[in-house]
Ligand binder design. Structure first.
Ligand SMILES: [Zn+2]
Length: 294
């Protein structure tokens, strides 16, 4: 059933409603459904004789009829300031027609606080809000433009309107909800912390995934090669491995075939040696570090 059926002011009176569709079958169906639920509804379309049409609109103006559904007749030129609800049940690609249709309900009248627009066609997603700033033009080759909607689209993409997740009201994407005050939460505002040590990550392990066992084994093979080539004491390679990955390599890896270090591995060893040299020269005046690393 139409949402209009649930609307009423503080006195329990439903606003005078006008429904606009582009298909006869729909507006007659809606009129029938409203009548079934006790609403004084009538309909108008292109086949309604002029006299009947005037009588129907006269009954709407007096309140005798509460709701008129119509098909492609009353989209423009029809003037009843007391209309309190416009129901859009037809989509339109024409921004001008969209404004014409909702304009049927935007005249002011005594005892009329507002006009409710029920957009069953989703026209607002395409054309923007009724109170947006419009750039009018008298140039016959140009059309009126909704400047505000164009700015929204430039800012947040071609689909600038969305529903409020809390109350379901229409809102501009990225903005708060005017209806209930809901505010979008910035992603990443909650940061999880975990204890851990920072370790140096070099090019061989620079892929997004952590270094695989294969990569770690290869790295250790290069360290063993370097240890023996330079005559460093045994254990140097294992300590360097721990320096990089946070834990000692498996004991069995000491039997791995030695591999000549890559340029990247050599660069890493050099950077660690420089860091070590700085640390030891700094501590020479104080307590000894006592580590066996080279
Ligand atoms: Zn809301």
């Amino acid at each position: 059933m139409l949402f209009w059926n649930g609307l009423s002011d503080q006195n329990g009176v439903a606003p005078l409603g006008l429904l606009l569709t582009s298909r006869n079958s729909i507006h007659i169906h809606i009129r029938d459904e409203l009548i079934k639920s006790g609403v004084r509804a009538e309909h108008v379309d292109g086949t309604t004789p002029q006299g009947d049409r005037e009588a129907i609109l006269g009954r709407l103006a007096s309140g005798e009829t509460e709701f008129v559904s119509n098909c492609q007749v009353l989209t423009e030129g029809f003037d009843l300031p007391d209309l309190g609800c416009i129901v859009l049940a037809r989509p339109t690609k024409s921004f001008g027609l969209y404004l014409q249709m909702i304009g049927r309900g935007l005249r002011t009248a005594e005892n009329k606080p507002d006009c409710i627009i029920l957009d069953h066609a989703g026209a607002v997603y395409q054309h923007g809000l009724p109170h947006d700033q419009i750039m009018w033009t008298l140039d016959v080759d140009k059309r009126a433009e909704n400047v505000t909607q164009a700015e929204r689209k430039a800012k947040v993409g071609s689909d600038p309107m969305c529903d409020c997740p809390k109350c379901g009201a229409l809102r501009v994407r990225g903005m708060g909800c005017d209806a209930c005050g809901w505010e979008p939460q910035r992603r990443g505002s909650g940061i999880d912390f975990a204890d851990g040590d920072l370790i140096a990550i070099d090019a061989p392990a620079r892929s997004n995934a952590p270094a695989s066992q294969m990569e770690r084994a290869r790295f250790y093979s290069e360290l063993l090669h370097h240890q023996e080539a330079r005559g460093y004491k045994s254990g140097w390679a294992a300590h360097k491995f721990k320096d990089k990955f946070g834990s000692f390599p498996p004991w069995a890896w000491n039997d791995l075939q030695r591999i000549e270090p890559s340029v990247i591995t050599l660069r890493w060893i050099r950077s660690r040696n420089i860091a070590y040299a700085k640390a030891t020269s700094f501590s020479r005046t104080g307590a000894s570090h006592g580590t066996a690393a080279q």
